[in-house]
Every structure is written in C-alpha cells, then in structure tokens.
Write a protein that binds this ligand. Sequence first.
Ligand code: SF4
Length: 359
Amino acid sequence: MVSGLRKAMMFDALPSGDVLCRVCARRCVIAPEEAGFCKTRKNAGGTLYALNYGYVSSEAIDPIEKNQLYHFLPGTATYSLGTFGCNFRCLYCQNHAVSMPSASVDKAMFTQVGLSRFGEIVMPEDVVQRALFLETKSVSFTYNEPAVWFEFIYDTAVLSKENGLFVVLVTNGYITSEALETLAPYIDAYRVDLKSFTDSFYSEICSAHSGPVLESILKAKEIGLHIEITALILPDRNDGEIEAETAAVWIVQNLGAETPVHLNAFLPNHKMENASPPSGALLKRLRSIYMNAGLDYVYIGNTLSEFQNTSCPDCGALLINRVYSFGESAPELERFGAAFKCGRCGRILPLICPNDIDF
Ligand code: SF4
C-alpha cells in the first residue's frame, strides 16, 4: 500500500471511466485523476482511492463530555482523533484549518497543513494501542467529518470493538444509509449536528442540504445507536421560534423525548468572524421551546451555566453536575446494576454506563 492511499470501500466504476462515491449524500461522480468534493477521494484509473488513510490532523485524550455526549459513558476519557477534509463548507467552521485545506489533492496537501505529530501514518492498531494504554473507554472520530475517512474509521472501529472499546462518531450526518449500516456493528454512539431545520440554512451556510441529515439520524435510530443532537445557534439564521418548535417536535416523534439535545452558542469564526454570538436570554428561550415540545434533556453549550447539568425531568433533583467538572454524579443519582435513577422520585435516567465504569 502506498502511504496514505487505500482503495475505497464504497464506489461504482462507471463505463465512462468516472467513479461514483457512495460514502456520503453528495454521491460525487468523479472524473479520472480528479477528486471528490471532500478532496480526500481520488479517481485513479477508474478506481476510487482514499488519500487520507491513517493521516491524523489532531488527536487528544478528552473527557467524553467534551464531544457533547452527556448520556454516554459519563465521566470517562475518550481518545479523540480526526483527519483532513470535509463534505460541508460551513461558513463558521471552527476547524477549517483541517476540514478545508486548500492545497491540491495529493499527499502534499497533508504535509502543508501538518502531519500527525507522530510524523507517521497512524494505523488502526496504533489507535487501539494508544486508547488502551491511556485507559480510555472509547475512541471518538471527531474534529473533521468522519465519513471522509471511511476506510480508516471502519478498520479502526472493527479493531476497537475486538478490544472492548466503545466507538463514537461526531458527525454532520451526511453519511449514506449504506455506509452507516456498514459501520453499524462497530459503532455505539452517533453525536450528530442538526444545524438547522431549514434547507435554506444548510444550502446557504453549509453548502449542503437538510434532507440527508434527517435521513441519517433516522437510520441511526433504526440501527439502535445512542444519539445525541447538537444545534449551533446563530442569531437571525436558525433561531426562529417556529423552527425550534418544529425541530423539537420532530425529535420527540422520531427519536423519543429522552434524546439529549445540545443548543450551542455560535462562536464567531472563519468567514463569519464578524457575526454576533447569541445572547444567554435567546438560548434560554429556545431551550424552553424545546422542553415545552416534550424533550426531557435540553442542554445549553459553549457557555457556562447550570443548563449543562442533568436534572430529573420529574422532580428537578440535580443528578449530574457539569458546571465545575466535565461530569460528576450528584448525591441524588442512584445506581442499580447498569441503570440509574433519581434517588428522590425514582425516575429512571437513560445513561449508557456499564457496571465496570465507576460513576
Ligand atoms: S465522501 Fe467525498 S468523494 Fe465521497 S461522495 Fe462524499 S464528498 Fe464526494
């Protein structure tokens, strides 16, 4: 195998010499010697190759809560990593240095923005070894869109499961149903952005569409993945009350009232560095709309407040504190077996947290 180059898993070779990539909803038809929209997949002689196999742009040991998973392995560390490239072009992208490198499509593009700090291509075995050595419970594919790293995350996820690690995708949700089904036996959690409930937002701000995102979330639910939804709130762009209510009702009806939702404050960045962040009052108003629509766990992110805590939806008892820590169980949280309940009123708290995790 040429360094970084791996034959893609999901493509059709067309009679014209073009190839059709089936990893994400863009379904790029790629001419010979050209790359797809994400710049990470290239048609070489009628075969599609992933150019970024094993190239790590960023990695860290993070509290899992930093990936905005609040009901999944709480209080544990995760091994987070990502590569280069993306299938969106969000105008506010916080990680644009790695998600949208502007160089040409070849190995040189990666050296221009910086290889892994290990100065090598990282193999799935390395990821699993590091995760185990550092005693994390999970591997999280994050920082850029994991789908554009499909072959690497597939191989790493398979190996992670064989070694008892949980696997997390932090994703924009543009993966195809076929690709998600292929990964499904080897992943556990789907932390997905629902950036807006309007297609115009997706097309104007992200160069994408909302329909495939909703489809992938429904597929993740059907597969049985743990789902948490995030929405970055941009004033005057996706903060309408009708939009909030429509999104909340859709989540309740399709994913269930206990689905955790994170409303995050937009932070000026990239091509929107002059836009204003939302006020605390706006975020609280939107949270009320989501909760009035029936959602039990709606958090506010990117700003320090008590709305990062988990409280019992029935009696209001504090169950998990995240204001001064990433995730700390409060005295009222009671464990019984692999489950948790509110010690004050007995309501079950939906947390994925096996017995061997001390929380
Ligand atoms: S993964 Fe990349 S090449 Fe494949 S369809 Fe998506 S944007 Fe196009």
